[in-house]
Design a protein around this ligand. Sequence first.
Ligand SMILES: [Fe+2]
Ligand SMILES: [Fe+2]
Length: 424
Amino acid sequence: MMINWDDPLNISKENNKPIKTLKESYAKSDALNNSFSQSEQRGETITDKPVDNSVNNFSKTSENTSSDADNKTIQAVKNSSKKAPAINFNSDPIKASDKRVINGLADVNQLAPFKYPWAWEYFLNANKNHWTPLDINMAQDVHDYQHSLTDTEKHVYENVLAYLTTSDILAMRNIGLAVMEKMTAPELQIYQARQVYEEALHTWTYQHCIETIGLDQGEIYNRYRVVPEINAKIQLANRRLDSILRSDIDLTNRDELNNFVMAYSFFAGIFEGCWFYNGFTPIFSLQRRGLMKGTAEQLQYIMRDEVLHASFGIRVVKQIMLENEVTLDPKAIRDMWDESEAAEIGYAQYILKDPILGYTSQDHTEQFRFIANRRARQLGFEEPFPGAKNCTPWLDEQANMRKEKNFFETRVTEYQTGGALDWD
Ligand SMILES: [Fe+2]
Ligand SMILES: [Fe+2]
């Protein structure tokens, strides 16, 4: 069926159903005009509505405004015969050197000149990596789930999906609501806008897997609330997110800035860089045995996005630290690794209560430590788990797979120009 892109839900068709009685006609008009006529009767126009600060919580411009100030502004607009006051733009070209990652004063609506050309490169590269979950054949997965997986393997599969679905929404909210608005260089925000889209795409992917396999959606989505080991990881991330998702945050305050840097380090280095990176591994271990290959291929695409998210975030964190001479408390960093490790151990022991062929909870946690060391080096921190072993060396191959045909017996997984990219 052809889609009407101007009205994809056929709303106009719905609204154009013939109206049979006068009463029905009045009811319909009233519903359509309800809010407008009510405000008309009060002598208001749309511009007279007080600003709803709950909606604008994340807008910098709302941070220092009160409803009194809003009302004065509205009155000023009314007094000038409904013309908006002229904005005094400085017409001098902006200089790249004026830009800052945070707390910058350069015009955020002007992309070039770039101060952070690497951020623009990330955006261009991210756009070379596009797929939708509908591109990947899931038919064999349905058969595998119903006829080949053991109960232990089903437990792993379902709980990995349950963790990932909740996590990716959290990742989207973090970058889109808490991080992006604090950036004061548009080239950074543009990549992060792409990242927000990708996190939404990942959620669509999990939903597609859940739907296709025929799992109980409500039950899967609710698992993070009822399984303490999944909940512990989500709560850890939620605590970091809540601490920076506030309209009154002031990054010129050193404590607030340090907290923001710690939160971004956590999300880029651990949440995306370790927990996501390592989080797909149980499914990849099934894939290596020829099981759930459609799901695994979906996760390979996601994994590549996550590698970019992690490395971009780490780069931003380091730039903030450099520009603002931030020194983090070593104990706070140590605590971050320790609580992340504890949460990951609990999670691994739950999803892999019983080992599956070729993969155990010890493998999972050791791999977490090994990847954590890598992220720490990238962040410029000390290795938190010296000597951790790379016990699943094939994991990096999963992330870096480019054009290898029949690798792990899956079909060719190839981004449009993914072969040109360094994924780690
Ligand atoms: Fe994601
Ligand atoms: Fe991500």
